[in-house]
Design a protein around this ligand. Structure first.
Ligand code: HAM
Length: 423
């Protein structure tokens, strides 16, 4: 067996970790300030939770993108292909509908979709997800879009485009789908196979076709926005007014179509020009009715998720600098065999307040100091026969080159005074 990560999955190596931490802490800071509280649902759920939510014509179901398995108890379980259904299940299970609305929740973690891997598309990837439950007001839609924009801004991204649309209420979507069925039905033979399948299941999704021929046909058709009822149109107008008032830039997308079936009214995506074909960093929308369809009480909701890997790619394209994790404060060098256990003991004591690394075998001073330098340490502490006889350590400031001998008895005080600023 070749030792290799499964296709579409990858390791997040130590050098990459500072970028992940930067992103997650930016998200936490912005969302916490807005009263959004973190929830961590399990990685897998009963399959029904995801199947019922995504809808029969969603990509997850049509393209069989879910990792589903049967456990020893004959239960059908699925690795989460998105956060939203698990969050709603938890919201209902823990009676959060009794809390003052909107209940604002966010999550972070791995997501699993059996998709064809390419740039920006993996089989295990990560999302930051945010849900606002309990209010139907357009104010909440606008807050959701704004927070997505602000979180990505706090990650250091600049070239962001918010595309805002509306898919209307279910009756609008039905009317639009029936219009599309008539119009596209006449030209079905000219459509790609994928679009013919979409025409059968959910014609609106044909608008999202990648095929050029399909797009030419789509270009001649009316848009979902042409079919909005008066209330849905007023809702859409109000969301736009809030965003304009709050100076969140957006473009109207008259055909925003999402890969999940549950959206009602507001639907949006946020794109970045620098990351290739999969340019959507994130997306979301309103999903009134979804909590009921899962068996919970009537609860309106709106939310979004973004793909962490895509955002990290965009940060790289925008040249976002992230503070590197600092090296240790002190690097201890044993210069004879007896010193090996001495420095290990000292390191272990000092680690209650400092970051201390050491060499694990005897080093001559030159090599020891090079190791210390390479570790990124501020100070090196050397210990050998001469130091033992005199009851001291030799300390070197690796930036200034300054060197001191410090007696064992004074060691802690010396370190306390010297190092308190660089911890
Ligand atoms: P989604 O559009 O399916 O929405 O996914 C959100 C984001 O996840 C995408 O914009 C993309 O950045 C990232 N993403 C999706 N698939 C992959 C993949 N295979 N590899 C890497 N990144 C990917 C949802 O998941 C909804 N649950 C969002 C939502 C929350 N709507 C309401 N609340």
């Amino acid at each position: 067996m070749k030792l290799q990560a499964v296709k579409g999955t990858f390791d997040i190596l130590p050098d990459a970790q500072p970028y992940w931490h930067h992103l997650y802490s930016a998200a936490e800071r912005v969302l916490t300030r807005a009263g959004v509280r973190e929830l961590t649902p399990p990685v897998f759920e009963h399959s029904d939770v995801f199947v019922k939510s995504a809808g029969a014509s969603s990509d997850l179901v049509v393209q069989k993108e879910m990792y589903t398995f049967t456990d020893a108890g004959e239960r059908s379980l699925t690795l989460r292909p998105e956060f939203t259904p698990g969050v709603l299940r938890a919201f209902v299970e823990h009676g959060m509908y009794t809390l003052p609305a909107p209940v604002k929740l966010w999550c972070k973690g791995p997501i699993f979709r059996a998709e064809k891997p390419q740039r920006g598309r993996f089989r295990q990837f990560h999302q930051v997800d945010c849900e606002f439950l309990g209010l139907a007001s357009p104010l909440v839609d606008a807050e959701a879009v704004t927070l997505l924009y602000r979180v990505l801004g706090a990650c250091g991204l600049k070239n962001l485009t918010v595309r805002l649309g509306s898919v209307g209420d279910p009756e609008d979507a039905r009317a639009y789908n029936s219009y599309l069925r008539d119009e596209l039905g006449k030209r079905a033979t000219e459509l790609s196979e994928m679009s013919r399948e979409r025409l059968r299941l959910n014609p609106m999704r044909v608008l999202d076709a990648k095929d050029e021929g399909d797009q030419k046909i789509v270009g001649t058709l009316k848009r979902p926005l042409d079919f909005l009822n008066d209330e849905a149109r007023a809702h859409f107008g109000a969301v736009q007014r809030f965003l304009t008032d709050w100076e969140v830039p957006f473009e109207i997308d008259d055909s925003v179509v999402r890969g999940l079936d549950y959206y009602r009214r507001t639907a949006f995506e946020i794109h970045h020009a620098g990351i290739g074909a999969q340019s959507a960093l994130g997306g979301g929308g309103r999903y009134d009715g979804l909590v009921e369809s899962l068996g919970g009480p009537a609860t309106p909701g709106v939310g979004w998720a973004f793909g962490v890997e895509r955002v990290l790619d965009a940060m790289e394209q925008d040249g976002v600098e992230v503070p590197r994790s600092p090296g240790p404060t002190l690097f201890l060098v044993p210069m004879d065999d007896e010193a090996i256990s001495e420095v290990a003991k000292l390191a272990s004591e000092l680690r209650s307040s400092l970051s201390v690394h050491h060499a694990y075998s005897r080093r001559n001073p030159g090599k020891g100091l090079r190791d210390a330098d390479r570790s990124g340490a501020r100070f090196a502490g050397l210990r050998g026969e001469r130091e033992r006889e005199r009851g001291v350590y030799t300390f070197k400031n690796l930036r200034s080159g300054e060197q001191h001998e410090v007696s064992e008895a004074d060691l802690k005080t010396f370190l306390g005074a010297r190092l308190k600023d660089v911890r």
